[in-house]
Design a binder for this molecule. Structure first.
Ligand code: NDP
Length: 247
């Protein structure tokens, strides 16, 4: 995707693009030739690391700081940031888990997970769609989860949010396909990030045919594919990256 003439480099927005899977996506898309706008709730050593990784690829980097649960601020920051140039690729990666059995689930656990994982998608991606439609091209890639495909005990909130994203992706793909915008989901299984650091990973990998957790780069590679020219006839799909956990 790198620009060979004087035209601006393609631009990718990675919502939640400074840690874990999102960091790997930011760095991979920079290596693919995209300038990167990544979001985080606040700048940190992690965002500085992504900034220098993107710069090392010879690409531009910009950090936007906001909480995806804050609809007003999300819209304001994104509106200002993309007033001049519409992103070519938008990756919605922000997500949290707050696991509990449904019978014990607290209101805040339900609300925070749905607000971040599903409402955050609406708060951040919806405001960008009008200008993507006007541009008549673009890719929207959403990080869902195997939990959203199969349901996971102890994760009724998380599974609902991630299944909700899959439904959103399928419906949106139907709405915007005629305008040249492709919308897909990636559904990771167990991926080695901070999100799984408190889980019994050694036990869990026994359920995975490949007998290991995935690496963030293995998810980022699929995002790269969906963002690139080889995925030009793929929309409304859920690509699983799970080592065979869900077959
Ligand atoms: P991380 O905790 O490293 O990443 C979570 C990301 O979400 C961070 O970029 C964080 O941004 C962002 N985020 C969380 N809450 C908010 C908020 N309120 N506003 C803005 N940004 C927010 O974990 P992972 O890399 O593992 O997770 C990335 C995605 O992958 C998530 O959607 C997760 O559900 C999904 N996933 C992960 C799996 C795994 O096994 N690791 C499996 C399946 C799916 P920051 O902290 O910088 O503000």
């Amino acid at each position: 995707m790198a620009n060979s003439d004087n035209s601006p480099a393609p631009l990718a927005l990675v919502i939640g693009g400074c840690t874990g899977i999102g960091k790997a996506v930011s760095l991979r898309l920079a290596a693919d030739g995209f300038d990167i706008v990544a979001t985080s709730r606040k700048s940190s050593a992690a965002s500085a690391e992504v900034a220098s990784g993107v710069a090392a690829c010879g690409r531009q980097f910009r950090l936007l700081e906001f909480d995806v649960c804050d609809r007003e601020r999300s819209r304001q920051v994104l509106g200002e940031a993309f007033a001049q140039q519409t992103p070519d690729v938008v990756v919605y990666n922000a997500g949290i888990a707050q696991d509990n059995l449904f019978v014990f689930m607290e209101n805040s656990q339900w609300d925070q997970v749905l607000d971040t994982n599903l409402n955050g998608f609406f708060n951040t991606v919806q405001p960008l769609v009008f200008s993507m439609l006007a541009q008549r091209r673009g890719r929207i890639i959403v990080i869902s989860s195997a939990s959203g495909q199969t349901g996971q005990a102890g994760q009724v909130n998380y599974s609902a949010s991630k299944a909700g994203l899959i439904g959103s992706v399928k419906a949106l793909a139907r709405e915007v396909g005629r305008k040249g915008i492709l919308v897909n989901a990636v559904a990771p299984g167990l991926i080695a990030t901070d999100m799984i650091k408190d889980l019994p990973v050694n036990e869990m990998v026994k359920l995975i045919p490949l007998h290991r957790a995935g690496e963030v780069e293995e998810v980022a590679g699929v995002v790269s594919f969906l963002a690139g020219k080889d995925a030009s006839y793929i929309t409304g799909q859920v690509i699983a990256v799970n080592g065979g956990l869900v077959i």
